[in-house]
Design a protein. Structure first.
Length: 187
């Protein structure tokens, strides 16, 4: 169990903690101002606005017979959050695909911390864990909105290719998308 579990937004342990755009506490070790784990990444890139957490309300069809969200849905939620993240930085998937770029999932992992139930609102904090112009690794912190309880941690790795499957260097071929992923202002 993580060091964030069981703490609520009103608990003394979270006093003065960073909060997301909805005023909810960010899980331990994260900050709404950072898009990448590099210290002061967004500040160095000239962007200091908070990246909003993606929010998903658990649906009935996502539950199993015990009334608990089936484990496979967390991966879907991560993809939803990734799509929203790309939209927020100015490159929705439709725009990326219109450029002829494909971004296949290379790997995905999810570590389940606590069960999620029907109608709970899960906030997903997305951060760039690493990016080198060819490969993008995102991390996800999924927590219950009201209590702040950590529900799952995940990562997904993606590369960028042409439709023919040839690897692309975004820095060379698509500098605007590269700049957006680096947290830089896009002209």
């Amino acid at each position: 169990m993580g060091d964030y579990e069981g703490k609520t937004g009103n608990s003394p342990e979270l006093a003065g903690q960073n909060r997301n755009s909805q005023g909810q506490p960010c899980p331990t070790g994260s900050s709404p101002e950072r898009a990448c784990p590099t210290e002061n990444f967004r500040e160095l890139a000239g962007r200091t606005e908070a990246m909003p957490d993606y929010e998903h309300q658990a649906k009935y069809y996502e539950t199993d017979q015990m009334g608990i969200i089936h484990h496979s849905n967390y991966i879907r939620w991560m993809e939803e959050a990734r799509m929203e993240y790309l939209s927020v930085i100015g490159f929705p998937m439709e725009k990326i695909e219109a450029l002829g770029i494909v971004s296949p999932v290379v790997s995905v992992s999810c570590e389940y911390k606590r069960s999620t139930r029907l109608n709970e609102r899960i906030c997903i904090h997305v951060e760039i864990q690493s990016y080198n112009g060819v490969k993008l690794v995102l991390s996800y912190r999924m927590y219950e909105k009201e209590s702040g309880e950590l529900r799952a941690l995940g990562t997904s790795s993606h590369c960028f290719t042409t439709r023919d499957g040839k690897l692309l260097s975004l820095k060379k071929k698509y500098p605007e998308l590269h700049a957006a992923l680096c947290g830089e202002e896009v002209q």
